[in-house]
Design a protein around this ligand. Structure first.
Ligand code: F6P
Length: 328
């Protein structure tokens, strides 16, 4: 494969935002400047690529963004980019600005877009895993996951206070449409009575038994964590089912929702994002195309995007086992 000389690199964030995306943009842009490249911000993800919202970035654009949540480049989920016409418009705009390579920061949908675009137009692209869901293979953690877990656990600690005061059973719904990583971590980190994740079905009867056993063991509060994409339903649905079987329980539901996507990135997310931002630009310079930069066992690795999205990670069986041991 021919290594193209890079002069101008475009950076974009796409899909659900994640704390640490700004740190990744900043690192990629800083690295680009270090290697004497011109760096372009593509605003609002692929949607902005189609609408030509592409601007040259200067040092001042990335000052004081490392510590801020969200993404200053903004993000979008572009329906038009899923069409061949949309991708063609996007390609024409990149050509107009003379952009030689792309750094795409996002989750599986965003990286799928980059992969398709590379296949169709040969624009060298490199992905950076940015999603609170942690559901990409080729990296131990995705950017934003650690912060989202911290946010969830902090919120659950507060719920624990009021749950204990009133002897209540709380169902707390955390994000994760298809992945239970936030749920299982929050469950272990906040001493949950049970954790329900999309990857595993837990029969309601088993949950009822667990709650009854905990009542017998004189547990003063019960918090059940439910991932939003749980196989047995969301927190509200499960709470209703449990209420039918345990009518004497005082049950409340809290949905943490988008709270988990905001906030200043944790130190882990800042460092991860900074390392991956530099790795992505160096990767492009060295001819690593259509890959995702990740960190496994503290080492930068480049995984073909096709592998990172298809072989999406599963919650470790051991984590599930540990959560169960700790909840009995
Ligand atoms: O992919 C990240 C994520 O936060 C998921 O956990 C959640 O299901 C989804 O995005 C929510 O997306 P939106 O903000 O578009 O509703």
């Amino acid at each position: 494969m021919e290594i193209k000389t890079m002069k101008r690199i475009g950076v974009l964030t796409s899909g659900g935002d994640a704390p640490g995306m700004n740190a990744a943009i900043r690192a990629a842009v800083r690295a680009g400047f270090f290697y004497n490249l011109e760096m372009y911000g593509i605003y609002r993800g692929y949607e902005g690529m189609i609408q030509d919202e592409i601007k040259k970035l200067e040092s001042k654009n990335i000052a004081h963004v490392l510590e801020r949540g969200g993404t200053f480049l903004k993000s979008a989920r572009s329906a038009e980019f899923r069409t061949a016409e949309g991708r063609n418009k996007a390609y024409e705009n990149l050509k107009k600005h003379g952009i030689d390579g792309l750094v795409v920061i996002g989750g599986d949908g965003s990286l799928t877009g980059a992969h398709l675009f590379y296949q169709e137009y040969g624009i060298p692209s490199i992905g950076i895993p940015g999603t609170i869901d942690n559901d990409l293979a080729g990296t131990d953690h995705t950017i934003g996951f650690d912060t989202a877990c911290n946010t969830a656990i902090e919120a659950i600690d507060k719920i624990r206070n009021t749950a204990t005061s009133h002897d209540r059973l709380f169902f707390v719904e955390v994000m994760g449409r298809d992945a239970g990583f936030i749920a299982i971590n929050a469950g272990i980190g906040s001493a949950a009575a049970a954790t329900l994740i999309p990857e595993k079905k837990m029969p309601i009867e088993r949950l009822v038994e667990r709650l009854k056993a905990r009542t017998k063991a004189m547990k003063t509060s019960n918090i059940v964590i439910v991932a939003e994409g749980g196989k047995s339903g969301g927190a509200t649905e499960i709470a209703q089912k449990i209420k039918k079987q345990l009518p004497y329980y005082d049950i409340k539901v809290t949905i943490l929702g988008h709270l988990q996507r905001g906030g200043a990135p944790s130190s882990s997310d800042r460092v991860l994002a900074s390392k991956l931002g530099v790795a992505a630009v160096e990767g492009l310079i060295n001819g690593k195309y259509d890959v995702m930069a990740g960190i496994i066992n503290n080492k930068i690795v480049f995984t073909p995007i096709a592998k990172a999205i298809i072989g999406s990670k599963e919650v470790d069986e051991d984590d599930f086992r540990i959560a169960k041991i700790l909840s009995t």
